[in-house]
Design a protein around this ligand. Structure first.
Ligand code: ADP
Ligand code: ASP
Ligand code: MG
Length: 445
């Protein structure tokens, strides 16, 4: 079995949905297709949740109407058979009626999740019916029956496997199975999500649960690029990445992959391919357990970082001080990403501000605290990157760029820089030129 995930842009128009069909129906092996919502739909659903909380009920109805128009238009253009067209519209109407009912319930986390995950339900239904109208047998699976993910950081793929087997055993065998990305059930079996962009994670959780041969993530770009193409020109796709490299890049902000995508498949050594739905003949990127060569591979950036500096003349180097500081973060369930220290100060960064006030209150006893928000971590990633001469050129940035912290040597595979987010694009572009484009003089001699 192979798991193929198609992202929002891959299912964003009638033409691209036709591409998805031709990719999915090539080859004889069994496939599980994980589908996102059409591009833009989850954002509209998020807007619905905002309108509910601000009491704008007219806005809610208008957006539900827009969603109906958008999906009906796709059905009209995609499905020729009039009976199937009628049935499909009926099913979409049912999902939208349910959505409308849910918007009137008392607002809760689960109500929010039920709303924002409806886009995947609509699109997977349309795609299944479209294949059916083309004479391609398939089974549409409801992911809420088996995506039992109690712990977002550490999914129990054996449990998902058992539940999925139960679902599959009750259905006639087909070569194509279709399900929804993004949605999960939490530890209380309530509907929840795998966070934004979570369909990638659905695909690898299901890949691990099925012991799949491979997971393919189909998107709108020809693989993992060596820098963020939204901000930097002349980036290029990387042919091979190790699991560790991909995990590091995804965790540190590379939008092409949900941060946790590779973790479920590492132990099972299931390769993940990143491919472009619009140019399927191109090789894309292969992410696997194999070593993929030494040196710098790619740069990524993660926003929403807060830097916290703790200055203390008295206590910093006294033993036990760091432990006390770290315990505060631990008690407040907040992970630390970067750390630098000096004789009298420690600076560290977090990406989750939910408990920031409590943290500041608790560490206030140990010294003077300075908090700086709106920062970004820029990461240079690759096996043995710290040995790579190219990477050492980051220090050339220091004379005309403001860099708040540098972490070098903490791991062989990662060098991290902390910059103000307002300066991020500038640093990404300069770094790209220095490490990927300019050949320094000493390499010519
Ligand atoms: P999907 O809807 O298929 O999940 P996403 O928008 O989540 O697609 O991810 C693909 C986008 O990620 C690309 O269009 C690109 O703009 C962006 N991106 C950011 N960093 C990278 C990178 N290093 N390599 C490739 N794409 C990247
Ligand atoms: N549709 C969801 C989102 O936009 C999940 C995904 O696309 O992976 O976040
Ligand atoms: Mg995505």
């Amino acid at each position: 079995m192979r798991v193929l995930k198609f992202g929002g842009t891959s299912v964003g128009s009638v033409a691209s949905i036709r591409n998805v069909k031709s990719i999915s129906c090539t080859g004889k092996d069994k496939k599980l297709l994980v589908l996102s919502a059409m591009s833009g739909v989850t954002n509209q659903l998020v807007s619905i949740t905002k309108y509910i909380t601000s009491g704008n009920l007219a806005g809610v109805s208008k957006l539900i109407g827009n969603l109906e128009t958008k999906h009906f238009e796709v059905i009209d253009n995609l499905i020729q058979d009039e009976l199937v067209q009628f049935e499909t519209k009926k099913e979409i109407s049912l999902i939208l009626t349910e959505l409308e009912t849910v918007t009137k319930l008392e607002y809760s986390e689960e109500v929010n999740s039920r709303i924002v995950t409806s886009g995947e339900r609509m699109l997977s239904c349309i795609f299944s019916k479209y294949l059916e109208s083309c004479g391609i047998q398939n089974n549409l699976l409801d992911a809420r029956d088996f995506m039992q993910v109690n712990n977002l950081e550490n999914p129990d793929t054996a449990l998902v496997s058992t539940l999925l087997e139960n679902t599959l055993s009750s259905l006639p065998e087909t070569d194509i199975y279709i399900t929804q990305g993004f949605v999960r059930r939490d530890e209380h079996t309530k509907i929840s999500t795998l966070r934004r962009g979570g369909s990638d994670y659905t695909a690898t959780i299901l890949g691990a649960a099925l012991n799949a041969e491979e997971v393919q993530i189909w998107t709108d770009i020809d693989g993992f690029h060596n820098n963020d193409p939204r901000y930097v020109e002349k980036t290029h796709p990387i042919a091979e990445l190790s699991f560790e490299e991909a995990a590091e890049l995804a965790y540190f902000g590379a939008k092409i992959l949900h941060p946790q995508t590779v973790s479920p498949v590492i132990n099972k050594n299931i390769p993940v391919y990143l491919k472009n739905t619009f140019t399927p003949h191109l090789p894309g990127t292969r992410i696997s357990g194999e070593s993929t060569g030494q040196g710098l591979k790619a740069i990524s950036a993660k926003d929403g970082i807060t830097a916290i500096k703790i200055k203390s003349n008295r206590m910093l180097m006294a033993h036990g001080f760091l432990r006390k500081i770290f315990e505060v973060f631990d008690r407040n369930q907040t992970a630390i990403d970067m750390i630098t220290t000096s004789e009298i100060a420690i600076s560290l960064t977090i990406d989750d501000n939910r408990n920031l006030d409590k943290i500041i209150e608790e560490i206030g006893d140990y010294g003077e605290i300075i908090v700086e928000r709106d920062h970004s971590i820029i990461c240079l990633v690759g096996e043995g990157v710290i040995e790579d001469k190219k990477a050492s050129r980051i220090f050339e940035l220091l004379h005309d760029t403001s860099i708040r912290m540098i972490s070098y040597g903490g791991s062989n595979n990662n060098i991290s820089l902390l910059v103000a987010t307002s300066n991020k694009i500038n640093v990404l572009q300069k770094l790209h030129q220095k490490v990927f484009e300019v050949k320094p003089v000493y390499e010519y001699v």
